[in-house]
Design a binder for this molecule. Structure first.
Ligand code: UDX
Length: 424
């Protein structure tokens, strides 16, 4: 069997660690570099600081092929394809902050043997700008489409792999594509700018789908339709597809809010007003706040009311609270004069400093004890298993806002709850 190409990973955050562990599992020697010594030390000991199903097992299983280091030279000596996985957080202007990417490019130095393989989400045009400045180093765009909570499975079973390479880097592009061949997924070979655009456009389209179904939900509430039935009927049309049609209290996370803003901003920088994305963002913001109106409908003024928020993570099976709806809700509810209690089985520590004066509960039952209303924000499976008669007995008033249409409505109504889903 041909020797597998060693690879470098620069930036061992969530994307970098998943990339490193999965390539190691495919049989590659992986040289993964991070600037934080403690992180490198704990990963070398097999300790994984991220809540991602299957990842810790993969890191430990492939420990012999995973070389964590703070030393860039060690990576450059051992690998020629360098996957850049550093953060590109949004700046105040809505543009992406590329300072970490630029630093990595700087550190790689001059070499015709090496190629930067960009996994970090960057604005369209970044690759060409880097390649113009650094003609000696190869450049390949290879955007990631991993979902938190299923990143390892997504890596191993991608819908597609996109590889963008311009003139001069085509050979590196082919080598990157070869790494993914064992996964037997369609590989789209294209130019760098198009590859960059695939990433932003895909996330913007998915966010659009969610905002669209959320608006259908809001109108359905007024017109007496049930959005879940509507989504089922729509989703069977193959042109539409059934995924990402779950109405709820808005999307969050580290990607959708950031990437939708980045694409809108990028268009704006060229003088183009991307009207659709402006609406997608606004619908999402309003969707989070609609919960306040639903609570007021049942409780009147929220001053002095005890409100339980179930779930803080932006979605289940992750401890990520970036752009999480619960943070906005906790702040808005406190602004309305309510007392807020918050519970999350995994993510609460990451949210502790962002919850203002809200109190933190150690269990769902502790959060709802004596509450006037509960809002299900994140569909953690343990919430579906609650004994609703017991919950009802513990609450001061039985109002339940199901922000994800996740709970058994009939059971709740039978237990005496005033139940409100989204779009039903
Ligand atoms: C997303 C993209 O799916 C992934 O391809 C990209 O690489 C990173 O961004 P992720 O942020 O992990 O992944 O979460 P995802 O599962 O896509 O959910 C994003 C948000 O949308 C969550 O807040 C989720 O609750 C919400 N959502 C999703 C809905 O409200 N309705 C849906 O139907 C689907």
């Amino acid at each position: 069997m041909a020797e597998k190409e060693p690879i470098g990973v620069i930036g061992v955050g969530w994307v970098g660690l998943v990339t490193a562990a999965c390539f190691a599992d495919l049989g590659h020697e992986v040289y993964a570099r991070d600037v934080i010594q403690e992180k490198v030390d704990s990963l070398t000991r097999g300790e994984v600081p991220i809540h991602e199903p299957g990842l810790a097992e993969l890191v430990r299983k492939n420990a012999a092929r995973l070389h964590f280091t703070t030393d860039m030279d060690e990576v450059l000596e051992n690998a020629h394809l360098l996957f850049c996985c550093v953060d590109t957080p949004p700046t105040y202007s809505g543009d992406a902050d590329l300072s970490r990417v630029e630093k990595v490019v700087e550190e790689i130095g001059d070499s015709t043997d090496h190629a930067i393989v960009m996994k970090s989400t960057v604005p369209v045009g970044t690759g060409r700008a880097i390649a113009r400045k650094r003609v000696d180093v190869g450049y390949v765009s290879c955007p990631e489409f991993l979902k938190e909570g299923s990143a390892v499975t997504d890596f191993m079973h991608p819908d597609r792999v996109v590889v963008g390479a311009d003139e001069g880097s085509e050979e590196f592009g082919k080598r990157v594509a070869a790494l993914y061949e064992p996964l037997e997924a369609p590989i789209v070979m294209t130019d760098v700018a198009s590859a960059e655009m695939v990433k932003l456009a895909s996330n913007a389209f998915l966010a659009t789908k969610i905002s669209f179904i959320n608006e259908i939900a809001n109108v359905s509430e007024e017109l007496g339709a049930d959005v879940q039935e509507v989504a089922k009927g729509m989703g069977l049309d193959e042109r539409i597809g059934s995924q990402f049609l779950r109405a709820g209290i808005g999307y969050g996370g580290s990607c959708f809010p950031k990437d939708v803003s980045a694409l809108k901003q990028l268009a704006g920088n060229t003088g183009y007003h991307f009207q659709l994305l402006t609406a997608v963002i606004e619908v999402n913001e309003l969707q989070k706040r609609r919960t306040i109106g639903k609570l007021q409908k049942h409780l009147g003024s929220l001053v002095g009311k005890e409100i339980a928020l179930l779930g803080v993570a932006f979605k289940p099976d992750t401890d990520d609270v970036r752009e999480a709806t619960a943070l906005v809700l906790a702040a808005r509810l406190q602004g309305e004069g309510a007392h807020v209690r918050v519970y999350d089985p995994v993510a609460i520590e990451n949210a502790r400093d962002m919850l203002g004066g809200a109190s933190i509960a150690g269990s769902a039952l502790e959060a709802i004890d004596g509450a006037d209303a509960a809002v299900l924000v994140t569909e953690w499976s343990e919430f579906a298993e609650l004994d609703w008669n017991e919950v009802r007995g513990r609450m001061r008033q039985a109002v339940l806002i199901d922000g994800r249409n996740y709970l058994p409505r009939e059971t709740l109504e039978a237990a005496g709850f005033a139940y409100e889903g989204v779009g039903r």
